[in-house]
Design a protein around this ligand. Structure first.
Ligand code: ADP
Length: 262
C-alpha cells in the first residue's frame, strides 16, 4: 500500500496557528532538536510570530537548550500559556513530566500528551495569531508520529539527517511516513556535513552530500547543509542560541526558503 494514506488526515490546526511544520528524523542524535530550534529562530528573525514545541519524548532537551525552567502557567480557560524565550513561544514535553517518565510512555499515552501540548497551548490569539509552529518530533517513524499527524493539520515536514548511510536509510523512512500521511516534505537538511579544522580544511566526518543526493533522488527540496561546529554545541550547553554569525545566517536562509513554500 505504498503511498496510500493509512488513516484519515486531520482537517484543523491548533487554534490561532496559521502554519504547522514538523521536523523529523529517522534516528536520534542527528541534530533534529538543534536544527528545529535554529529554524524557529530563523523564522523569528524574518519578523514572524513563531512557536516551538519540543515534542521529543525520548529526550526533551528544549527547556535546557533555552535555559527555561518555568513551566507554562494556565489561563482561565485552562489553556497552557507558553513561556517566551528568545522571542519564541515555547512548550515542551519536558514541562509535563520528568524526562525519565516520558521515555517509558506507551504509544497512546505519548500521543495523548503530545496532542494536548499541541492543542491545549495558547500559541496565538485571534488578535495575534502565531505565524508558524515548529514541532520537534520524536525521532523515528512509529505510532506516535503517525497519530500526531492524524490529530492536527500539518502544513509540511522537514527531515534532518547526517550524511552517513545509516542515518540516510532511516531518513528515507521518515520521508515515506510523511508521504503516507500526505504531509509535503518541504525540505531535507544535511546536518554535521563537515567540520572545518584549525587549518581551514574541511573534514567530512560522516561523508558529505548524502542527504543532498537523497533529496535529489526523492525530488524533494534540499534546504541546505549545516557543518559540525562547536559553537552550536556550546550554544546548547550555555542555553543561549546563536543569533548572529555564519551558522545563524545559514539557518535564516533555510527558514526563508521554508517560509516561501508555506
Ligand atoms: P537529536 O534531536 O537528533 O537527538 P540534538 O539536536 O539533540 O539531536 O543533537 C545531538 C547533540 O549534537 C547535541 O549535543 C547537540 O548540541 C549536538 N549537535 C547537533 N548538531 C550539531 C552541529 N551541527 N554542530 C555541533 N554540534 C551539534
Amino acid at each position: 500500500d505504498q503511498g496510500k494514506p493509512k488513516a484519515p488526515v486531520a482537517t484543523a490546526r491548533p487554534d490561532h496557528v496559521r502554519h504547522v511544520v514538523v521536523v523529523g528524523s529517522g534516528k536520534g542524535g542527528v541534530g533534529k532538536s538543534t536544527v528545529s530550534l535554529n529554524l524557529a529562530l530563523g523564522l523569528k528573525a524574518l519578523g514572524l510570530n513563531v512557536g516551538w514545541l519540543d515534542a521529543d519524548i525520548y529526550g526533551p532537551s528544549g527547556p535546557v537548550m533555552l535555559g527555561l525552567n518555568t513551566p507554562p502557567s494556565f489561563s482561565a480557560d485552562k489553556k497552557m500559556l507558553p513561556p517566551v524565550a528568545f522571542g519564541l513561544k515555547v512548550n515542551s514535553v519536558g514541562f509535563l513530566v520528568d524526562a525519565d517518565q516520558a521515555m517509558i510512555w506507551r504509544g497512546p499515552m505519548a500521543s495523548q500528551a503530545l496532542t494536548q501540548l499541541l492543542t491545549q497551548t495558547q500559541w496565538g490569539t485571534a488578535e495575534v495569531p502565531l505565524d508558524v509552529l515548529i514541532v520537534d518530533l520524536p525521532p523515528g517513524t512509529g505510532d506516535v508520529q503517525l497519530t500526531l499527524t492524524q490529530k492536527t493539520l500539518i502544513d509540511g515536514a522537514v527531515v534532518v539527517s547526517t550524511p552517513q548511510d545509516m542515518a540516510l536509510i532511516d531518513a528515507r523512512r521518515a520521508v515515506t511516513l510523511f508521504d503516507k500521511t500526505q504531509i509535503p516534505v518541504l525540505g531535507i537538511i544535511e546536518n554535521m556535513a563537515y567540520f572545518v579544522g584549525a587549518d581551514g580544511m574541511a573534514i567530512e566526518i560522516f561523508g558529505r552530500g548524502g542527504a543532498q543526493k537523497m533529496a535529489q533522488t526523492l525530488e524533494r527540496p534540499f534546504l541546505g547543509e549545516v557543518p559540525l561546529d562547536p559553537a552550536l554545541r556550546q550554544a546548547a550547553d550555555r542555553a543561549t542560541p546563536l543569533r548572529d554569525g555564519p551558522i545563524a545566517e545559514r539557518f535564516a536562509a533555510m527558514a526563508k526558503a521554508l517560509w516561501s513554500d508555506l
